[in-house]
Structures are given as structure tokens and as C-alpha cells.
Design a protein around this ligand. Structure first.
Ligand SMILES: Nc1ncnc2c1ncn2[C@@H]1O[C@H](COP(=O)(O)OP(=O)(O)O)[C@@H](O)[C@H]1O
Ligand SMILES: [Mg+2]
Length: 319
């Protein structure tokens, strides 16, 4: 597994504010790494350091093996950055915008027309080629901005809150686009303060709060390490209290909760055992006369985990 981003005790202070406190994270090549945390957590600070726009106060970071402190030009060739604001570009057409950035990345003039046509097509803006960029919708601006990050064909894309302010349709389009970029072999680091924006598209996540990384790794491992037990939901046509008694106190059962008001009535069982232990619970219920219509492990999603590990506080910051 090739590591494309690595930080070691990465720290950044603004005066007396410690925005980033000894961050250690790794992003493998090909990952879609969701960097999640409330406003002011330190996401933008991290991304600005990884794109060489900001120097760390202490610690180190490498992108594609190049130091963000000592080898800035090489880092810039390896990474495309989409900041959390679009900027103001007066009287500039979509193609001119891309041409401008292509030129600043020293893409030879002869190659630019094809490149721009391809990128506009990739982000589905071919029909807006001659449109004034400031007149584009927010979703279109985001897509154009994404095309810009691809202009020098970097291995890594760092996208700072690209979904923020998008309507649901534009979000779906963005998600589809990211899928496509991933299939092109790009590694993507993407931030959000809203976990559900990212949940389905990430292979890896990092959860950051107040400058501290609370968890980082592939989604399955994080879910496992943060979930001490599994929850099974049982739908019943028979008495719920009686069913609860049948499993309460059984091996590996941590807790049983009644949901008599649910339709159909249900119980929830917290289990810390393996699948065999779970199977035995179902046997117990049925042998005890419970009429079970549904017995399934609850899929605890990233949202639950996020709520569990963060304190959910929003303490200002620059978004
Ligand atoms: N230029 C700056 N000057 C002073 N404080 C800053 C500056 N940029 C960010 N901060 C502070 O650093 C912390 C992290 O900010 P930021 O990285 O923007 O968080 P996020 O992107 O997760 O919202 C916040 O407390 C914020 O107020
Ligand atoms: Mg930010």
C-alpha cells in the first residue's frame, strides 16, 4: 500500500490559538478520504499546509513523498486544491478561466484547447464553455473549480467543503463526479462539517475536533473499533416483554430494550458475541415461543459513530 499523504506531529498555531495539535494521519493511494469535523476543527488549516499555502508551526507532512516544507514545488505538482471559496473573476468565460490556470501551471499553449475541452466535458460544462463564470450556479462553479484542480493532472485532489451550499441534485452530481475521478486513479481528500455529505463515498475517514484527530483509517476498521457491540433488532408478533425475558441474561447479551410502541412491536438486543452467539439468541427466542418476523443487525452508520466520538460542539472558526 502506497501512502500518498502522511503527517507527523503536524502542528499549527495562530498566535495563541492551536489550530492543529500534533496531527498524525496517513492516506493511502486511491482512497477517498473524508476529513470530517465541526467548523473551526482545523480542516482548512490542514489542507492549506498539505497544499503548501501555509507552513506548519512544527511537525512535518509529505505529499507523494515530497516534504511540504522542503520540497514545495514538487508537492504543488502532485496536488490539486479546491478551496472553500470560488473567488471573483470579472468578465471571464469558463474556458478562459481554465485556460488562465492551465497557463499558470505551464501547460503548453498548444495542448490547452484539447485539455480544456476534455475537462469541461468531464465536469459536464461543455454547454457553458462561453458562459461568464460569475453567472454560473453554485453547483456549476464547484464543478468548474474541480476541473481547475485537475488541470495539471495531479495524483491527489484536496477539496475543501466542496458540497457546502449545494442543493441535493448538485450534491448527487458532485458525488458522481468524484466517483469518476476515483476511477481515473486519483486519490481524493475531501472535507466536510456534515458527515452525511460524505458517508457513502468515502473509503477512509478522519474525524477531527479542536485540532485533534479523534479517529482515522478505513471505514470498516473505524466502525469496528468504535463499536464495542452490535445491536440486533427483533420484530415480534408475540409479547415483547416475554421475548425480552427470554434473551435477557443469555451469554453475550449486554442489554435488552423494549419498543412496544413500534409497529410491529420490537426489542433491541446489544450483543458482544460472534455470529454463533447471535444465532443462539434467535433459537432461544423461537424455542421460547416468541413469534419473530424480523431479526437483523442494525447497521450503525458513520453518522452514529461521528456523534459518538465528537462532542458536537460548534465553536466558531472560519468554516
Ligand atoms: N488566519 C487565521 N488567523 C487566526 N486564527 C485562524 C486563522 N485561520 C484559522 N484560524 C483558527 O484556527 C482554527 C481552525 O480553523 P480552520 O482550519 O479554518 O477550521 P475548519 O476548516 O475545520 O473550519 C479555528 O479556531 C480558527 O478560528
Ligand atoms: Mg474550513
Amino acid at each position: 500500500m502506497t501512502i500518498i499523504v502522511e503527517t507527523k506531529n503536524l502542528t499549527r498555531s495562530y498566535g495563541s490559538t492551536v489550530a492543529l495539535n500534533s496531527l498524525n494521519l496517513q492516506i493511502p493511494q486511491g482512497a477517498v478520504y473524508g476529513f470530517i469535523g465541526p467548523n473551526g476543527a482545523g480542516k482548512t488549516t490542514t489542507m492549506r499546509i498539505l497544499t503548501t499555502l501555509l507552513l506548519p508551526t512544527s511537525g512535518e507532512a509529505w505529499v507523494d513523498g515530497y516534504s511540504v516544507v522542503g520540497d514545495r514545488a514538487a508537492v504543488r505538482r502532485s496536488v490539486g486544491f479546491m478551496p472553500d471559496f470560488f473567488g471573483v473573476y470579472d468578465a471571464m468565460k469558463s474556458w478562459e478561466y481554465l485556460d488562465f490556470f492551465a497557463a499558470s501551471y505551464h501547460v503548453p499553449a498548444a495542448r490547452r484547447p484539447t485539455l480544456i475541452t476534455d475537462l469541461l466535458s468531464l465536469v459536464d460544462l461543455t454547454h457553458k464553455r462561453d458562459a461568464d463564470v460569475m453567472g454560473l450556479s453554485r453547483g456549476m462553479k464547484q464543478r468548474l473549480s474541480l476541473a481547475r484542480t485537475m488541470i495539471h493532472d495531479p495524483a491527489l485532489l484536496i477539496l475543501d467543503e466542496p458540497a457546502s451550499g449545494l442543493d441535493p441534485r448538485a450534491r448527487v452530481e458532485l458525488r458522481e463526479l468524484l466517483k469518476e475521478l476515483r476511477s481515473m486513479g486519483k486519490t481524493i481528500m475531501i472535507s466536510s462539517h456534515i458527515l452525511t455529505e460524505l458517508a457513502e463515498m468515502c473509503t477512509h475517514i478522519g474525524i477531527i475536533e479542536r485540532g485533534t484527530l479523534l479517529a482515522s483509517g478505513d471505514v470498516a476498521t473505524i466502525m469496528q473499533s468504535l463499536q464495542p457491540h452490535r445491536v440486533f433488532v427483533v420484530h415480534l408478533l408475540s409479547d415483547v416483554a416475554r421475548a425480552a425475558e427470554l434473551v435477557r441474561g443469555a451469554p453475550h447479551v449486554l442489554d435488552v430494550r423494549l419498543r412496544p410502541e413500534a409497529v410491529p412491536p420490537q426489542i433491541e438486543i446489544d450483543v458482544d458475541g460472534d455470529d454463533r452467539a447471535v444465532g443462539e439468541l434467535l433459537t432461544r427466542l423461537i424455542q421460547g415461543g416468541a413469534v419473530v418476523t424480523h431479526f437483523a443487525g442494525q447497521v450503525s452508520d458513520l453518522e452514529d459513530i461521528f456523534m459518538r466520538v465528537t462532542q458536537g460542539s460548534d465553536y466558531g472558526g472560519t468554516n
